[in-house]
Design a protein around this ligand. Structure first.
Ligand code: NAD
Length: 487
């Protein structure tokens, strides 16, 4: 398995895109980009430094201050966003092919992510024309209204899991509201981000509204966070990185949106529809290679069905198809990068001393190279285990029994994270009460992987700060000025 499908037309170099042009780093710095199946360098990408960020921010600021975009009526901006959605949709297969090549995600799942990226643009295109703001009147005395304004240059910093889709989640609301942007994508997976430039140009986005600087987090990302002309940072990534960014943004009092890590519980009560709970919890941690922020990576199961659940779960995990990411039959592909592979494998080894291994536990048979990890299941995992507490971000799950509702809740809340929770029970009252008490930004009751773009997205505790989604994203990317008039 040391070869991979190499897409046609790969770029000879991944460059920045600043003020409407592809450029190399001012100082010529580059970094290697590997494909996760061969782990060979397939391209060099420009490694942005302070000087490149300075140029990108200056272009974005000029476009904001002097260009048409920030002053354009929402309907006009909306048309551009719809064209972006059309263009993304029209090339969804190509996007998926490139994304799969760069990230190791299974091709069918990458296709779904490309379509979600288009949907994000369509959704915010619709939302900004429907946007209305408050006005308050005290008859005969005064009138007050809200004047909503774009803020300026938004710095967008994104991770390597489903990179194109997660970039769209920030780009769409940031530009829909009239801001200009500098995007710093993850260094493991820079390929798909460079496609935005042509899409935006063809859709008619004015020059300078979208700028892209590739590079390492500690260099390009750090310079963006510390740039005085970037009043907003929207960040998705690890909680530890979020803490660093929070500190670096503090002296500037920047607006921050933080979508961080997770260790989400899936709680299965004895009265649940077991078949559906098994399907959903297998999908919940093994889809997207387990490299999913909302992965249900801790499964808590009521004692009465525990043994049966573990046995049936392990059977299903063994049947998950690991394979070449470009093969449509593949359900788990190759992890993104050898560094990440080593991290996940180290947790697999730790898990062997912390739980009972019932599936996987290393490389799958027949894959001597590439970042392949067999779907791995540990049962009887105690809550103080590292594999219970720490985000692994791979196809590895911990299963733990519980005896009462109180214990289930105690276990569910027993981590520093609070992104998602999944609850499986046919007792309506229990489901709603559990949702109320569980420390999670998002709860799925007897369901999985459905989300309405109007709902809040975000976590509590170490999983994030602030919520995006629907009008909350509009609020983050705009100032709401109050105007008062005496009548
Ligand atoms: P990461 O924190 O290592 O990197 C994320 C981005 O931050 C990258 O672009 C990186 O270059 C940049 N960065 C790193 N150090 C920086 C610094 N000092 N200053 C500025 N930028 C810096 O995260 P990752 O490994 O790319 O992504 C995986 C993590 O993202 C997981 O923890 C996952 O749960 C989380 N995630 C969260 C959500 C969510 O919505 N809550 C969604 C997807 C991923």
């Amino acid at each position: 398995m040391a070869t991979t499908h190499r897409p046609e037309g790969l770029p000879d170099r991944i460059r920045h895109y600043i003020d409407g042009a592809f450029v190399d780093s001012v100082g010529g710095e580059t970094f290697d980009v590997l494909d996760p199946v061969t782990n060979e360098t397939y391209v060099q990408a420009a490694a942005g430094q302070q000087a490149d960020i300075d140029l990108a921010v200056a272009a974005a600021k000029r476009a904001f201050d002097e260009g048409p975009w920030s002053k354009m009526p929402p309907r006009q901006r909306s048309r551009v966003l719809h064209r972006i959605a059309d263009l993304v949709e029209a090339q969804d297969k190509r996007l998926a092919e490139l994304e799969t090549f760069d990230t190791g995600l299974p091709i069918t799942q990458a296709l779904g992510q490309a379509q979600r990226a288009a949907e994000n643009f369509r959704f915010f295109a619709d939302l900004i024309v429907a946007q209305h703001d408050d006005a308050f009147k005290v008859p005969g005395r005064q009138m007050n209204y809200v004047n909503r304004k774009p803020i300026g240059v938004a710095g967008l910093i994104t991770p390597w899991n489903t990179p194109f889709m997660l970039e769209s989640w920030k780009l769409a609301p940031a530009i829909a509201t009239g801001n200009t942007v500098v995007l710093k994508p993850a260094e493991f997976t820079p390929l798909s981000a460079s496609l935005w430039a042509a899409i935006f140009e063809e859709a008619g986005l004015p020059k300078g509204v979208f700028n892209l600087v590739n590079g390492l987090g500690e260099e390009a990302g750090d310079a963006l966070v510390k740039h005085p002309d970037v009043p907003l940072i929207s960040f998705t990534g690890e909680s530890r990185t979020g803490q660093i960014i929070f500190g670096n943004a503090a002296p500037f009092l920047k607006g921050l949106s933080m979508e961080l890590g997770g260790k989400s519980p899936a709680v299965v009560f004895a009265d649940a529809d077991l078949e559906s709970a098994l399907d959903a919890t297998v999908f919940g941690v093994f889809s997207l290679n387990g490299e999913r922020c909302t992965a249900g990576s801790r499964i808590l199961v009521e004692r009465a069905i525990y043994d049966e659940f573990v046995e049936r779960y392990a059977e299903r995990a063994k049947n998950v198809v690991v394979g070449d990411p470009q093969d449509p039959k593949t359900e788990v592909g190759a992890l993104v990068h050898p560094e990440h592979y080593d991290k996940v494998m180290s947790y697999v080894e730790i898990g062997k001393g912390e739980g009972r291994l019932v599936a996987g536990g290393g490389r799958p048979d027949g894959f001597p190279t590439g970042n392949y990890v067999a779907p791995t299941v540990f049962a009887d995992v105690a809550p103080d285990a590292r594999i219970f507490q720490e985000e692994i971000f791979g196809p590895v799950v911990a299963i733990t029994p519980f005896d009462s509702d109180d214990e289930a809740l105690e276990l569910a809340n027993n981590t520093r994270y609070g992104l998602a929770a999944y609850i499986w029970t046919n007792n309506l009252k229990r489901a709603h009460n559990f949702a109320q008490s569980v420390e999670a930004g998002m709860v799925w009751l007897n369901s999985n992987n459905v989300r309405d773009l109007r709902t809040p997205f975000g976590g509590v505790k170490a999983s994030g700060l602030g919520h995006e989604g629907g009008y909350r994203s509009i609020d983050f990317y705009t100032d709401q000025q109050a105007v008062h008039i005496t009548l």
